[in-house]
Ligand binder design. Structure first.
Ligand SMILES: Cc1ncc(COP(=O)(O)O)c(C=O)c1O
Length: 364
């Protein structure tokens, strides 16, 4: 297979996760997978304690530091168990039955994180948009903040409903963020945070690794006598067990690719432009309608429906035939969802917009 074959066989992939990866990264992977540099084997067949893997993991950390502006106070962990493991690991490390944490419940994933936190300690659901199927981010003036909360957990981007915080929560306690579906799409105000986590499979790599950023001062407040594998301190101190080497190797490549795009400064403008083009098309006629409040719209997961909902399966089918893949919305919302993560090129959005124009002309 040569790069041209890859190009023509690949559609534009709008999958919510695992999501599309940069094509250049896939081509590089294909070329170097059987034999990495001069080691005589692939990188996924060698010890995770070898110099080769250590260099890759260190390079990934170094690039992440540079991209996000993380100083040495931040530990960068590559963990397994998905973002879902973090739902429990966070309260297990930082909450007790005597304390309470605030949770902003803005989607199915944050609701799941609440469920796990309740196993460990007190939870105050300081805000919720469940009353309207998570179609908005509740206004901060209505939040029921606990000044004594040990932390405030929120989901910066709600992958399923297609909403996103456009301002970071201004709360008295340390923020913890599930940034799985908008990680590295924009900057974060690091001073406010104790811990940030993201499953890789949307914006930064394949499934299998969860990036956890934890500030040392916050780490030191964790509970004593934790189970070894669930203790962030163990992973911050050493390479305790076999890490997800393939996923980390891919993350390193995606980070390099992102640097080539101008880093976060470069990509955030493109992300804004992609979202604007798509939302403008949705709003241009009554044939389409967005499913969330305009001020809460996600730049990563764009959810929309047709006025005539019975045509939606036809839209999804014909789009797939045209090479516009994985547009079916989550069952809890219905309709369509276009996930336009960092690696989704602007050409994909333009192709989708053109398809939407055609589809409306034929069926409107
Ligand atoms: C915002 C968010 N958090 C958590 C998860 C769960 O991630 P994982 O499947 O890696 O456990 C997802 C998955 O889609 C997600 O979108």
């Amino acid at each position: 297979m040569n790069p041209t074959t890859v190009k023509t066989a690949r559609g534009y992939n709008f999958s919510a996760g695992p999501g599309t990866l940069p094509e250049d990264v896939l081509i590089e992977l294909r070329d170097e997978l059987p034999v990495y540099e001069s080691i005589g084997s692939s990188v996924i067949e060698i010890s995770h304690r070898s110099a080769t893997y250590t260099d890759i993991a260190e390079s990934a950390r170094h690039r992440l530091r540079k991209l996000l502006g993380l100083n040495e106070e931040w530990h960068i962990l590559f963990l397994q168990g998905g973002a879902s493991m973090q739902f429990y690991q966070i309260p297990y490390n930082f909450l007790t039955p005597q304390d309470s944490a605030d949770y902003l419940v803005t989607g199915t994933w944050s609701a799941k994180s609440v469920k796990e936190a309740k196993r460990v300690g007190g939870v105050n659901e300081a805000a919720s948009s469940k009353d309207k199927n998570f179609s908005y981010i509740p206004d901060p003036s209505a939040w029921d903040i606990n000044e004594q909360a040990v932390y405030t957990h929120y989901t910066s981007n709600n992958t399923v409903a297609g909403t996103q915080f456009h301002e970071e929560p201004d709360v008295p306690s340390t923020l913890i963020c599930d940034a799985s579906s908008d990680f590295l799409s924009r900057y974060m105000d690091l001073d406010r945070y104790g811990l940030i986590y993201a499953g890789a499979q949307k914006n930064i790599g394949p499934a299998g690794v969860t990036v956890v950023l934890v500030k040392d001062s916050f780490l030191q407040t964790r509970n004593p006598d934790l189970a070894t594998m669930l203790d962030y301190g163990v992973h911050a101190e050493k390479l305790f067990n076999t890490p997800p080497v393939f996923a980390v190797y891919m993350v390193e490549k995606v980070l390099r690719w992102l640097e080539g795009k101008g880093g976060i400064d470069g990509i955030k403008g493109v992300n804004q432009e992609k979202a604007d083009r798509l939302y403008n098309r949705i709003d241009a006629s009554d044939f389409y309608r967005g499913t969330v409040e305009k001020g809460s719209r996600s730049f990563m997961n764009v959810c929309f429906r047709l006025a005539n909902e019975s045509l939606e399966p036809v839209f999804i089918q014909e789009a797939a035939e045209a090479g516009l893949l994985a547009l079916k919305g989550h069952r809890s919302v219905g309709g369509m969802r276009a996930s336009i993560y960092n690696a989704c090129p602007i050409q994909a959005v333009d192709a989708l917009v053109a398809f939407m124009d055609d589809f409306e002309q034929k069926n409107g």
